[in-house]
Design a protein around this ligand. Structure first.
Ligand code: LER
Ligand code: MN
Length: 262
C-alpha cells in the first residue's frame, strides 16, 4: 500500500480535511520530506495550474499524484451531478469532466465526493457516474465514487449499498473510495465492510474516527489494515484529515502510524 496526503488550494475549503494548504511548490516539498509517496490534489478547478507544472513538481520531489478531488464544483459553484435542474447537472458534469481530464493527464483518477449532491436521486447518479466513468476510461484511469456519511449525502452512506448499485447498473470503470472517517459513522464494522466490498475498493481516505491522523482518535487500525491486506488492496492510503494540531504533526503522525502498522 502506498501513502498519500491531501493538498488544498481552495480558500473556500479552509475548514476541510486537507493537510497542506501552502503554495504547491512548498506543499510538494514538505510532503516528500515527510516521506509520502504521493499527493492528492484539491484544486479550485482545472486551470489553477497546468498539468505540465504539476508533472514537473512531482518529478522534482519524487511524488506521484494519487487522485484529484472535484469538490470545488460544489463549494465554489454550487454544482452537483444530481441537482434537480438539468442545466445544473450538465454544468456539474462539465466541471467533473474537466477535472477527469486534468487528472487523466497526470495518470490520476478523479473523485466524486460532495459533487454527488446532498439529496439527489439514484437515477441522476447512475447517469452521471456512467458518463464520468466513460470519460475517465479515455485516459486509462478509473473514476472514484465515494460514499459519504448521512450528514453529507442521502445517496450512499455505506460501501455495500454502493457496491450493489454498481453491480445492479453494470457500472464499469467505477471504483469505490473507502473513507475511514465516513465508515466509522456509518458501517457496523469497518473491517467487515472493507472485506465485503473488497473487489470494488480503489482508493482509501486514511483517517481516524475524529478525522484526525490515524492514532489521534479511537479507531483500532489493525483490523482495518488486515482487511485491506486480505482484499489485496494495493492502492493509496491517502490522509484526508484535519491539519491538527498542525499540518506537519498530522502528516508525521500519519506516516508513523502506517510504519507501525506494516
Ligand atoms: C471528500 O473526500 C469527503 O470525504 C467529503 O467529506 C467532502 O468533505
Ligand atoms: Mn473522503
Amino acid at each position: 500500500m502506498k501513502t498519500a496526503i491531501t493538498l488544498s488550494q481552495v480558500p473556500e475549503a479552509s475548514g476541510g480535511p486537507f493537510v497542506f494548504r501552502t503554495p504547491l511548490p512548498d506543499a510538494f516539498a514538505t510532503a516528500a520530506a515527510i516521506g509520502f509517496d504521493a499527493v492528492e490534489l484539491f484544486l479550485p478547478g482545472p486551470d489553477f495550474i497546468s498539468d505540465h507544472e504539476v508533472k514537473s513538481l512531482a518529478a522534482q520531489h519524487g511524488l506521484a499524484i494519487a487522485a484529484v478531488g472535484t469538490g470545488a464544483g460544489m463549494l465554489r459553484h454550487g454544482l452537483s451531478l444530481t441537482d434537480p435542474s438539468e442545466e445544473i447537472r450538465e454544468a456539474a458534469l462539465d466541471f467533473v469532466f474537466s477535472m477527469i481530464d486534468f487528472g487523466g493527464q497526470l495518470g490520476a483518477p478523479a473523485i466524486l465526493g460532495s459533487m454527488q449532491g446532498k439529496s439527489g436521486s439514484h437515477d441522476h447518479l447512475v447517469a452521471g457516474l456512467r458518463r464520468c466513468a466513460n470519460r475517465a476510461a479515455t485516459h486509462g484511469v478509473p473514476f472514484i465514487y465515494e460514499p459519504l456519511n448521512r450528514y453529507e449525502t442521502n445517496l450512499f452512506n455505506r460501501l455495500a449499498d454502493a457496491a450493489k448499485f454498481l453491480e445492479l447498473h453494470d457500472l464499469k470503470n467505477v471504483v469505490l473510495l473507502a473513507d475511514l472517517f465516513h465508515m466509522n459513522i456509518e458501517e457496523r464494522d469497518v473491517a467487515t465492510a472493507i472485506r465485503e466490498a473488497g473487489r470494488h475498493i480503489g482508493h482509501v481516505h486514511f483517517a481516524d474516527s475524529n478525522r484526525q491522523a490515524m492514532g489521534f482518535g479511537h479507531t483500532v487500525a489493525e483490523p482495518v489494515i488486515a482487511a485491506l491486506r486480505e482484499i489485496q488492496y494495493t492502492g493509496y492510503l491517502s490522509a484526508e484529515i484535519f491539519p491538527l494540531p498542525d499540518p506537519e504533526t498530522a502528516a508525521r503522525q500519519t506516516i508513523s502510524s502506517i510504519r507501525s502498522l506494516f
